[in-house]
Each structure stands twice: as structure tokens, then as C-alpha cells.
Design a protein around this ligand. Structure first.
Ligand code: ADP
Length: 379
């Protein structure tokens, strides 16, 4: 589309002469100027794509309503004014157009800025309809959020739910048998045979619960791994993809330092779970801390010939001595909605791969989780 901005050019030149350098501040203190400036320009020509974009039918119909169809848009207009004031040779921006039928069309636009007033008599704007890209981005955002949620649910939820499910039955049976024993004891005279029978039952149910716990520990210690040569960079990338919506919604900056050629012998999905879990913990710790720094960093490098070292470091709340002692214990959490299983699972995954995990932390300063993984299957 071609527009005549020559009068706008003069107005901006006047502003520059009067000493205005910060155009945003100037428009802040002159709120009516946006509409006044918009009235200074006129439409010169529009190609078929413009008529189609606005669903105008004919060029005449478009020009009839062009002013209403393209009203002043503060962000978009100021982008051009700012570029003109600063003497730049091009500018670009985004806005949403409303067509004849009321449909909203997001566009990105660009225009080259001439350096003399004559050029402004025919200023060319190029616009691209980005509806599809926007839809795609929205879909990606939703997918990421869902993946992050489902990864966490499977990480914390399934393990905890199955433990609770399996041990709740023998526990309640233990209690029923103990209650029965008390009732037989309360009889006058007490029925010692029944008491003995109920106590034996209670002991058997308690043994069952212990056995289930033992099996569960075994299961957690030997999470079946599908170890393959995995690029550390890809695992980190996948974990960052999962947690990035959480990081951006909490304003956390993420830095990554991962050796591109580094490969580990590990189950890629499990390593990604460990990383995502450590990163999420870091984000929450940063969010709880009042400190000005909101930095999370993740690194992976070769520690020696056999091992890769991963580190996740945050500028969060840090941990006190009690938390440091207990954080790898099942169900230990300091969060209102925490499950306290994330680090248990992380440790069992790392150890089942033949690695080690440890933590260093300073209250109010931050925390660093480190873990190792073998770089080949010769362990
Ligand atoms: P959850 O996140 O459900 O609490 P985790 O096992 O992942 O379970 O973490 C257990 C506890 O360890 C957390 O509640 C928190 O107190 C502490 N913790 C874990 N990571 C960090 C961290 N990066 N900074 C401070 N505290 C942490």
C-alpha cells in the first residue's frame, strides 16, 4: 500500500528542530497527537492484495472506508515516527487489522524510509498476513504447557499414586486387625485366642506393607532404562523446551553451556526428566527469592574420560541445613503443593545409570545440583 506521509515528515522535522529526542515521552505528554498525526497522512494506492486482505471487494469500496479500516494505532504509528526522528532507513512492526466482515487479521508490516520529503509523498508499506504463524505459535505454546504438565504428572504423580494405592490396603487391614484385638481384649473375660489371632493378622498385614515398600524401593532404584548414545545437547534442549513456558512466565533468564559433541550413554527420556525436574525446582526457588537476580544456568561437559558432568545452578532461595539433609527423602517437600518425589526419582534415575547426584546450596544465594552420567556403555 502507498501512503502520502509528507505532512507527517514536516511535523516530525518540526519536533526534531524543537529538541524532541524521546518520541514516546512526547506522545505520552501529548495524548491527542496520535490522532492528529494520523490525520496528516492520506492513502494513495492499494494493490489487489490489500483489497483482498480487507475483503473490500473493490478498490473504491476500500478507499471509501480506508480511514476507519486503518485507524491510528499508537504502537504501530510511533514505530514509524521514532524511526523517522532517528533518521533510520526502515522500520517494521505488527498490528491487527479488522476486515470488512469484522474478521481480525494479524499482520507484520515493513516500510523503507526515504531521506527527503518527496519520497514521503509515496511511502510504500508491505504487509504480511501472519494468521497461520500466530495459530501455529499458540498451538506450540499450548502443547509445551501440556507436555510440561504431563511430564511432571508422570514424574511425581504416578510413582506416588502407585505407592499410596499399594500400601493403603495392608495399612488399613493392619488397623482393622489391631482394633479387633483391642475389642477381644475388652471382653470380660478377654478372649485371648481371638486376641492372638487378630494380632497375628495385624503383624501379617504390616509385613505385607513393608514388603511393598521394599519392592517399591527396588523399583525406584532400578527404573528400567533404555540406554543409548544420547547427545547431551539434545537432552538439554528437550528439557528446556518443556520448562520454557514456566521460565518465561516467571521472568527467569536461562543460560546454557553444553558441549556440542558431548554424548552420554543413557535413556534420553529419563535424562530429560531429571533435567526438567531440576530446572523446574530452580525456577520455583528463584521465584520465591526476593533477590534481583533471576538466573538459571545449565551446563554439561566432559568431567573425565568416562563421565559427563551436568550442572543446574539457580539464584534462588537456597536451602537450610534441614532441607539439605532431607531433600532426597521420599515425600520431603517445603512447597504447599509439592509432592516431594521429584528428587527421589531424579536420584534413582541417575544412580540406575551408574551416575551420582549431589547438591551445594547457600541460603539466599542459590543452589547448584550436579550429576554425572557415563559417556559410554563400558561401565
Ligand atoms: P517438590 O518439588 O515436590 O517439593 P522435590 O523432591 O523436587 O519435590 O524437592 C524437594 C524439596 O527440595 C523442595 O520442596 C525444596 O524444599 C527443595 N529444593 C529442591 N530444589 C531446590 C532448589 N533448586 N532450591 C531450593 N530448594 C530446593
Amino acid at each position: 500500500m502507498i501512503e502520502d506521509w509528507s505532512r507527517v515528515y514536516s511535523a516530525i522535522s518540526d519536533l526534531r528542530k524543537s529538541g524532541v529526542v524521546d518520541i514516546d515521552a512526547w506522545f505520552d505528554s501529548h495524548p491527542h497527537a496520535i490522532a492528529e498525526f494520523r490525520a496528516l497522512h492520506s492513502f494513495v494506492e492499494a494493490n489487489d492484495a490489500v483489497i483482498e486482505l480487507f475483503e473490500a471487494g473493490t478498490k473504491a469500496a476500500f478507499f471509501d472506508r480506508a480511514r476507519q479500516l486503518l485507524p491510528a494505532d499508537r504502537t504501530s504509528n510511533i514505530a514509524v515516527y521514532r524511526a523517522m526522528l532517528e533518521g533510520r532507513d526502515a522500520c517494521q512492526g505488527e498490528r491487527t487489522l479488522v476486515t470488512f466482515s469484522g474478521k481480525k487479521v494479524p499482520i507484520v508490516w515493513r516500510c523503507s524510509l526515504p531521506d527527503h520529503v518527496d519520497g514521503y509523498r509515496q511511502l510504500c508499506f508491505y504487509a504480511f498476513d501472519v494468521t497461520e504463524q500466530k495459530k501455529y505459535n499458540d498451538r506450540m505454546q499450548t502443547m509445551r504447557a501440556e507436555m510440561a504438565r504431563s511430564a511432571r504428572v508422570s514424574l511425581f504423580g504416578e510413582v506416588a499414586a502407585s505407592i499410596l494405592h499399594e500400601i493403603s490396603q495392608p495399612l488399613s487391614a493392619t488397623r482393622t486387625s489391631a482394633d479387633a484385638a483391642l475389642r477381644w481384649l475388652g471382653h470380660a473375660p478377654p478372649n485371648i485366642d481371638e486376641v492372638a489371632e487378630s494380632v497375628r493378622d495385624a503383624a501379617r498385614w504390616a509385613r505385607d506393607a513393608t514388603e511393598i515398600c521394599r519392592r517399591m524401593r527396588g523399583f525406584l532404584g532400578k527404573v528400567p532404562a533404555r540406554s543409548v548414545l544420547t547427545r547431551a545437547y539434545d537432552a538439554v534442549d528437550a528439557a528446556l523446551f518443556l520448562i520454557s513456558p514456566e521460565a518465561s512466565s516467571k521472568g527467569v533468564n536461562i543460560e546454557r553451556h553444553v558441549e556440542r559433541s558431548l554424548c552420554v550413554f543413557a535413556d534420553p527420556v529419563q535424562i530429560q526428566q531429571v533435567l526438567a525436574n531440576l530446572l523446574l525446582n530452580g525456577i520455583y526457588a528463584i521465584d520465591e527469592n526476593d533477590g534481583a537476580q533471576r538466573n538459571l544456568s545449565i551446563s554439561a561437559k566432559l568431567a573425565d574420560a568416562n563421565e559427563a558432568l551436568f550442572e543446574v545452578q539457580d539464584t534462588g532461595t537456597g536451602m537450610n541445613a534441614h532441607t539439605l539433609e532431607s531433600l532426597f527423602e521420599p515425600f520431603f517437600t517445603t512447597k504447599a503443593n509439592g509432592m516431594g518425589m521429584g528428587l527421589v526419582v531424579a536420584r534413582s534415575i541417575v544412580e540406575s545409570h551408574g551416575g551420582r547426584i549431589w547438591v551445594e546450596s547457600t541460603p539466599q544465594v542459590g543452589t547448584r545440583f550436579s550429576f554425572t552420567l557415563p559417556v559410554s556403555d563400558n561401565r
